[in-house]
Ligand binder design. Structure first.
Ligand SMILES: [Zn+2]
Length: 104
């Protein structure tokens, strides 16, 4: 597991699909680059995801955004670049970056 990534209490990374395990070290580089900690706020837990969400396939994680939107914009760009075309990144402003494995 990537060393700078923290999981919110009650959130676990041990069931993540390989695609997300591979994504973690990439996410791990983006945030510290911007001097921000990486806090995973959700993996597969049932709170607030759509029934067909990739979260339940262990192919999505949510990472907390920061209080600074200028930095969030940079992190958002960095995340999309770092993860590449096989992943989708959606920024829910004021909350989190949703990262999922969805190759097409
Ligand atoms: Zn999500």
């Amino acid at each position: 597991m990537a060393k700078n990534i923290y999981f919110r209490q009650g959130v676990y990374g041990d069931r993540l699909h390989d695609s997300m395990r591979k994504a973690l070290p990439k996410i791990d580089k983006v945030f510290p680059n911007r001097k921000q900690a990486v806090l995973v706020t959700s993996t597969f837990e049932s709170s607030g995801h759509r029934a067909d969400s990739f979260h339940y396939q262990h192919k999505a994680i949510d990472v907390k955004d920061t209080s600074n939107n200028a930095i969030n914009e940079l992190i958002f760009k960095d995340l999309k670049k770092a993860l590449g075309n096989d992943y989708d990144v959606v920024w829910h402003k004021g909350s989190h970056f949703h990262c999922e494995y969805d190759p097409d």
